[in-house]
Design a protein around this ligand. Sequence first.
Ligand SMILES: Nc1ncnc2c1ncn2[C@@H]1O[C@H](COP(=O)(O)OP(=O)(O)O)[C@@H](O)[C@H]1O
Ligand SMILES: [Mg+2]
Length: 377
Amino acid sequence: MKTQLDEDRIRQAAQAFGLGTEIKLRRYGSGHINDTFLAETGKPEDGAFILQRINQEVFQNPEALMNNIRGVTEYLKAAVEKEGGDPGREVLNLIPDREGNSCLRDRHGDCWRMYRFVQDSFCRDLARSPEELYECGRAFGHFQRLLAGYPADQLAETIPDFHNTPKRLRDLEAAARADGCGRFAGVQEELGFFMERSGRLGLALSMQQRGEIPLRVTHNDTKLNNVLLDRKTGRALCVVDLDTVMPGLSLYDFGDAIRTGASTALEDERDLERVSLSLPFYTAFTKGFLEECAASLTEAEIRMLPYGAWLMTMECGIRFLTDYLSGDTYFHISRREHNLDRCRTQIRLAADMERQMEQMEAIAAETAGRVREKNPG
Ligand SMILES: Nc1ncnc2c1ncn2[C@@H]1O[C@H](COP(=O)(O)OP(=O)(O)O)[C@@H](O)[C@H]1O
Ligand SMILES: [Mg+2]
């Protein structure tokens, strides 16, 4: 259970990171996972700070998570500096607490961390145009490229088996067998959709095990609202929300960004006629992503990107259905069949991707080819 937060507790946490008693605090952003606050000292020369309480229901080992974040942000800072960028704005800057730790444990057992606030930036929950998704693609492609040399196997797997899709399917089968809520009979069509495709869910993992695609540093939450855009130029500035940084596959990050950013409807849309994959949005993200990282990905990785979009959509659908069958214990719901509705949008989207897969593959291959021609080596 989450402990109750009050102004005093938030203030004490801020002070443990070295902020004075005179700060102004307010809730900030539209993230669903952590409790995020903006802290301002009132002196413009200090800038401002993002103070976050880490959600320990989701992240059971905050210290390991903060080690991952520290390793990756330090590496990114050096890489951005080398390329002549601005490490103060293009990378999250962790502020250590007074004892030099990046993770503060308070007396209630809660974990806190602080970042420098990136000034003159903004975030979008939904892309208003393909250009915004292009910027999102650039941000995550840049992230992938700068971290290509990072030893991914040194990162802790903070959520084990996060993208082990065959295991996710086994969990679904177990939930169906247990049928704890008497919902099994009502989801035959949905279950059938996933089971018919079970043979294709382990492809990426087995390629990785055979050494055909490499382990990478992955972000694992590649949504548009985890990219800060520059207020003046509208261009991608900084990737945030590094809690799920883990070893993984490049197709996971690409795939989840397409699943969330290139769908024509919200994840819980009830009118399934509205759900499809937007090729203009897909194309825009792919272009931004590959312009940044085509040169640092292998041929096999690039070939697998469109499959990644399908896989992430399938996996998410499987997770929604599992949660529906198990009594809605993981995803927050605000109506009875919320998780079933979500599962159905994912099925619709995955089916639409199957229809458009040839085009998706051609777009990725053409884009990568064009980028590589321009910048050989
Ligand atoms: N360093 C930062 N500078 C400016 N805004 C930030 C910073 N870190 C986070 N934000 C804003 O706060 C929001 C929530 O933070 P995030 O780390 O994504 O939390 P959650 O895990 O809850 O999604 C982000 O979407 C972004 O708008
Ligand atoms: Mg977020």
